[in-house]
Design a protein around this ligand. Sequence first.
Ligand code: BES
Ligand code: ZN
Ligand code: ZN
Length: 513
Amino acid sequence: MSTQLLFADADSFVTPLLTVFAVDIASGTDANPLPTLLTTSDVLSDAASTVLASGEFKAARGETLLLHRPEGLKADRLLIVGLGNVKKLSPDELRIGSGTAVRFAKSKSIRSVAILFPEDRALSDEHLESLDCMPSARSLVEGALLADFDPDTYRSDRKDRSMEGITILAPAQQKVTQDEIREGHTEGMIFAAAQNFTRSLVNEPGNVLTPTELGKRTATMCRAAGLSCEVHSTAKLKELGMGAFLGVAQGSAEPPALIVMRYTPAQPAPGGKIAALVGKGITFDTGGISIKPADGMDKMKYDMAGAGAMIGAMQAIAALKPRIEVISVICSAENMPSGTAYKPGDVLTAMSGKTIEIMNTDAEGRLVLADGLHYAKTLGATHLIDAATLTGAVVVALGKLNSGLFSNDEETCAHFHQAARTAGEHFWRMPCTDDYRELIKSSIADIMNTGRDRWGGSITAAMFLKEFVGETPWVHLDIAGQAWIDEHHTEIAKGPSGVAVRSIVEWVRALAA
Ligand code: BES
Ligand code: ZN
Ligand code: ZN
């Protein structure tokens, strides 16, 4: 699915569903004014005037109002979508708004929708700068395409409600250049396609998406995108001495996969930076011998969401062509209990040479990442980023509205924060200062793979990773809370979210600048 961008008049546009955005303009002084439509079309405003005058529609974020046969318009229906209060307006609200429009259409089996690009002339000057054309167009497209994704691929009665047409309708006389809108539209399609690819991988059940299959699908994507890709398994892991990664993999009948992707720019910017994207790719996490409770274990197919995010990010990077070399290392395995599985009390030797006492086989993600991060450094990485559904503890700490962000470098961390803001994603920094190192000290080996109690669980996991990162600037994203959506949202389906893809790509672009 892609979106079409048209510079045309909304009044005469023929479509089953025309969407226009509305904002709540209430301020401290003026109590309950009627919402404002983000259009300069008088015909459209007139068509909506009666229902708006009723005061029933408040333009709250995600609120919708449908009119059939709107007077004076060629559209069959007019959908008004609220963006919330004008003071909080940003491209992020547009992403939610266009997503809400597409989810609405899909729920009614309407396959084609036109979304009116918000006309800023309808806003007062003080709010103009919150809606720059390029990011607005990008967000609109992202929201619409992300909303088109549904996770019911395995249902025989699948109601194939995929959209057939999504048109972004921008007024021809928009005072800012059409080029900016075009650029945003193109970028939006790239980001959304990458994020949806991630979601499609994360959505796959563990019996289908084994480490080997993840390698195959990644290689297929790389071929299409023009990236180089190597997929290795047990023999190579042994050759490299990846004892931590091998320890996790040894309990499963499925062989592990070490996937290495590479993007080489035509003209790298001076500085010789190499960004490395490392992903946790546990295709199913039973917990191993320290087995998880049965309740909710089915969801542990999404324990490769960090790997999925990196694979999606690489697809977008290949399309956006930043002037920086990027490598990605995916460590994929299945964490199973069996006669060959690793056990609590075992001591593993990581590729870096560090020895690890296993306290809990369910803390497997940090083990595969330890070898992945170290390997990325041997490949020349100057900047490291990893993403992982690493701990339940990060969900306890931050809930499901922020992912955990850990870093050993202020500048790199600040860059990531800015990248996340641009991408419209939410990360909250957590500490990983050296005073926490005590918690993973072992009397048997160099370090343990968990702390002795459950306090600060996401921090002990980050401290563990930090052991393998050394002085290289590094960002660690613990996405356990946000990689899977359990709650109803107006703008996106339940299931895999594809979180972190957009921020990671923005971070790579910022490094190249
Ligand atoms: N994959 C889990 C983390 C997880 C939990 C992801 C919930 C998504 C939702 C990870 O491998 C794990 O099991 N971590 C343990 C670590 C503990 C044994 C120190 C955890 O968080 O309980
Ligand atoms: Zn686990
Ligand atoms: Zn896990």
